[in-house]
Design a protein around this ligand. Structure first.
Ligand SMILES: *[C@@H]1O[C@H](CO)[C@@H](O)[C@H](O)[C@H]1NC(C)=O
Length: 361
C-alpha cells in the first residue's frame, strides 16, 4: 500500500491540500502515480489515514527496531593530533531534543545567515507534524558568527523553534570540519539512544518517507551497523590549488583514501564514538568529508556502506531520478529548485503539505 501522510491544515492555509482541486492538476511525474487516483478517492483515503493516525497516535518507530546500542570499538591508536573533540562546548544547546529519541537525528549543517533555508526545512521535510510520522528529526548546527544581524536572527529562531545548536568555533567554510566534529559530539552526548545520525547540508532535500522506509529495512537486516553510510568516493586526486587546494606539505599523497561525499551521509550511533576517537588522532584537514569519513575513518578502521543509488547530485533531474522510487537525497538545490523538488516528493508520497509552521511550546 502506498504510504499516505496527512497533517492538519490551518483553516485559511493557501497550501494545496485535498480540499483544493488544484492539487491534482500538477503535471504527474510518474505515469502510474496519483493521476490515476481520483480526487475523491484521494480525499477519502487521506481522511481515513488521518483518522487512523490520530487513533494510533504514532510514535517514532525506533523503539521497536532491533537496534543495538553496543558501540563499535575504536581501533585508532597514537597521540592526540586534534584537540577539538575534547574542547567542544555548546553556546546554544537543546538538550531535550532527543528526550523522545527519533529514528534518525538529522543534524543540518547550515551557515548562521541561512535563515531562509532553515525556514524552508521547518516547513517541509522537517515540519514537526511530518517528523512525528517519519522519525527523521532535524536539528540545525552552526558555529559562532561575528555578524550581529545573523546572530540576532539565530537568537530569535532558537527562542521560537528550539531547533538550533551553536558550537564554539568560528563558522566559516574553512572550519566545516569543526562543525562535523561538534555535531558528532552532540549526538553522542545528548542523543545516544537514536539509531542513526544523518549529517545533511541545508541545500539537500531528503524524501523523508523513502528515507524512513529505507532505514527501517536497513536496520532490520543490519542490527549491528558498523559502517559509515554514504556515496562512496574512491581515490579522488589531491588538488593543490583552488577552493579545495591542499599543500604538498600538509598532504603529500596523490590521492585521498575512500570517503563518502559530504552533503549527506549517515553514521550509525554505535560508530559515532569510535569515529570521534579517531578524529582525535587525526591531524586536522579543512575538507570535512575527506577528513572525517576518509582520513579519520581509516585511522579508526571504520569502513563504508555505499548508498550511491539513494543520492542524486545532478541539479534539475529530480523528475527523472525520483520516479525510480529509490532516490532519497537530492543534493545541491537552491530554494527555488528545493520547492519544486518538495512538491514532487509530496506528489510521489501523497503528503498533504503541512501548514506554515507555527510554534507551540
Ligand atoms: C576556525 O575556528 C577557530 C576557532 O574558533 C578560529 O580561531 C579560526 O579563526 C577559524 N578559522 C577560520 C578560517 O574561520
Amino acid at each position: 500500500m502506498r504510504h499516505i501522510v496527512t497533517v492538519r491544515l490551518a483553516p485559511n492555509t493557501r497550501l494545496r491540500g485535498p480540499s483544493s482541486p488544484g492539487a491534482l492538476s500538477l503535471p504527474s511525474m510518474c505515469d502510474r502515480m496519483p493521476a490515476m487516483i481520483s480526487l475523491r478517492t484521494l480525499f477519502v483515503l487521506a481522511t481515513l489515514m488521518f483518522l487512523v493516525l490520530i487513533a494510533l497516535n504514532p510514535s517514532p518507530p525506533s523503539p521497536s527496531l532491533p537496534f543495538s546500542p553496543h558501540p563499535v570499538p575504536s581501533r585508532a591508536e597514537g597521540p592526540v593530533l586534534n584537540p577539538y573533540p575534547d574542547q567542544v562546548t555548546f553556546l546554544v544547546n537543546e538538550e531535550k531534543t532527543c528526550k523522545d529519541p527519533p529514528l534518525a537525528l538529522a543534524l543540518v549543517v547550515t551557515a548562521p545567515s541561512n535563515a531562509k533555508k532553515r525556514h524552508f526545512i521547518r516547513n517541509t521535510w522537517g515540519h514537526p507534524a511530518l517528523v512525528e510520522v517519519t522519525g527523521i528529526r532535524p536539528l540545525f548546527v552552526v558555529g559562532q558568527t561575528v555578524d550581529p544581524a545573523a546572530q540576532a536572527t539565530l537568537s530569535q529562531e532558537t527562542s521560537q523553534y528550539h531547533d538550533v545548536i551553536q558550537a564554539n568555533f568560528r563558522d566559516s567554510y574553512q572550519n566545516l570540519t569543526y562543525k562535523t566534529t561538534a555535531l558528532l559530539t552532540w549526538a553522542s552526548t545528548y542523543c545516544s539512544s537514536t539509531p542513526i545520525v544523518l549529517k545533511i547540508d541545508d541545500d539537500v532535500i531528503p524524501n523523508p518517507i523513502a528515507l524512513q522506509k529505507w532505514l527501517i529495512n536497513f536496520l532490520e537486516s543490519h542490527p549491528h551497523p558498523s559502517e559509515i553510510m554514504g556515496k562512496v568516493r574512491c581515490c579522488d586526486p589531491v588538488l593543490r590549488s583552488g577552493k579545495w587546494g591542499v599543500s604538498e606539505e600538509r598532504y603529500p599523497g596523490n590521492s585521498y583514501p575512500p570517503y563518502v561525499a559530504g552533503p549527506s551521509y549517515m553514521v550509525p550511533m554505535p560508530v559515532v564514538s569510535a569515529l570521534l576517537q579517531a578524529v582525535r588522532r587525526t591531524e586536522f584537514l579543512f575538507l570535512e568529508d575527506v577528513y572525517t569519513t576518509g582520513l579519520a575513518a581509516k585511522k579508526g578502521g571504520i569502513s563504508h556502506y555505499n548508498i550511491f543509488t539513494l543520492t542524486n547530485s545532478l541539479p534539475n533531474k529530480i523528475d527523472v531520478f525520483w520516479c525510480s522510487g529509490a532516490r532519497v537525497f537530492q543534493e545541491n538545490v537552491g530554494l527555488k529548485e528545493a520547492t519544486r523538488g518538495w512538491n514532487k516528493i509530496r506528489e510521489l508520497e501523497g503528503i498533504i503539505e503541512p501548514p506554515e509552521y507555527v510554534f507551540t511550546p
